[in-house]
Design a protein around this ligand. Structure first.
Ligand SMILES: Nc1ncnc2c1ncn2[C@@H]1O[C@H](COP(=O)(O)OP(=O)(O)O)[C@@H](O)[C@H]1O
Ligand SMILES: [Mg+2]
Length: 339
């Protein structure tokens, strides 16, 4: 659906030049929710703005379907942009227009007949749950409601792709979740491809299928969210994941607490159906070792449940080794942690 090849974007020239993107290759499939995560200044906004040519790439290509966006003239580009909706962190609504008129705006721009506009806007109001607020002005809405208007406006021209630039970063956690649920709902109902950039792993974890991690204008890691989340390869990725687990310090204390020479501390990960099975208790019954739970989480990545336990096995060294082997045989991920 979207193919980005060797994309470079340099702002300015000479001594003042900043290379914001330095050779990005990405392939985004039709109908997926693709997340891009990175710290401030990593190049996220530049990347997403290059996709619809709000920023002109310095070199490289961006294809949407069969169309190379970098090769289009002005009129063709305007037409192509109607296939790409965009929403923003600060909503970018017209403050002097009602909710209804904000959503109708892109349709008026292309002189859509009034009856058709009315039908479309009413459908969109319903889709985003704002039917009762149609006559209000943006200043009368909450942040979450403003973003719903932004989403409806972005969908007015029936795009194939929705670009989201930190769309939930100005919202509180509860409102963030409701907007993420709405995006997921739209993705499913309309088959819309969504590209979402964020600095919050939680956003990626909730709704994305795949994720790319961007640092200094380069993609340093990418893959299905479940793989990247459970087996991060890069320090920056680990940092994003750990940032949201507040217990990092408590865990350090637990890992360093006095323990027997033969004890082994491991992280055990259960994915999917395995999450809810009693594999641990059955295994230790079999091998006769004890264990202490130092930390535990059960959560979800999109729809896939997973559990992660940090446990210290205690007992006879050979029995502990046997226990770890048995866990691996039963398809759990087992990773030893140095105390
Ligand atoms: N219009 C611009 N002119 C010059 N430099 C810019 C411009 N926009 C962004 N940059 C620079 O490009 C880099 C990436 O910025 P940006 O894409 O906004 O990152 P992010 O969205 O990840 O915070 C930063 O170093 C930023 O200062
Ligand atoms: Mg940005």
């Amino acid at each position: 659906m979207i193919t980005i090849t060797n994309l470079v974007k340099t702002y300015g020239s000479g001594a003042k030049a900043t290379t914001a993107l330095n050779g990005i290759d990405l392939e985004i499939a039709k109908g997926e929710i693709f997340g891009i995560i990175g710290h401030s200044g990593a190049g996220k906004s530049t990347l997403i703005r290059c996709i619809n040519m709000l920023e002109r790439p310095t070199s490289g290509s961006i294809r949407i379907g069969e169309t190379d966006m970098t090769k289009l003239g002005k009129t063709q580009l305007q037409q192509q942009r109607r296939r790409i909706g965009m929403i923003f962190q600060h909503f970018n609504l017209l403050s002097s227009a009602t909710v209804y008129d904000n959503i109708a705006f892109p349709l008026k721009l292309v002189r859509t007949p009034r009856a058709q506009i009315d039908k479309k806007v009413n459908q969109l109001l319903e889709l985003v749950g704002l039917t009762e607020h149609a006559k209000k002005y943006p200043a009368q809405l909450s942040g979450g409601q403003k973003q719903r208007v932004g989403i409806a406006r972005a969908l007015a021209t029936d795009p194939d792709v929705l670009l989201c630039d930190e769309a939930t970063s100005a919202l509180d956690p509860q409102t963030t979740d409701s907007i993420l649920r709405l995006l997921l709902d739209i993705n499913r109902k309309l088959g819309l491809t969504i590209v979402l950039i964020t600095h919050e792993m939680h956003v990626i974890q909730s709704i994305c299928d795949r994720v790319a991690v961007i640092q200094g204008g380069v993609i340093v890691e990418q893959g299905p969210v479940i793989d990247v989340f459970l087996k991060p390869q890069q320090p920056v990725t680990r940092d994003f994941i750990n940032r949201e687990s507040e217990n990092a310090e408590a865990l350090d204390d637990a890992i360093c607490a006095p323990h027997a020479e033969s004890a082994r501390t491991v992280k055990v990960t259960f994915i999917g159906d395995l999450t809810y099975q009693s594999i641990m208790s059955q295994t230790v019954k079999e091998t006769g070792v004890d264990f202490a739970i130092l930390q535990g989480t059960i959560s979800r990545i999109k729809e896939t449940p997973y559990g992660q336990l940090i446990v210290r096995f205690e007992g006879d060294a050979a029995n502990i080794r046997r226990t770890l082997e048995r866990l691996v045989e039963q398809r759990l991920e087992v990773e030893e942690i140095e105390a």
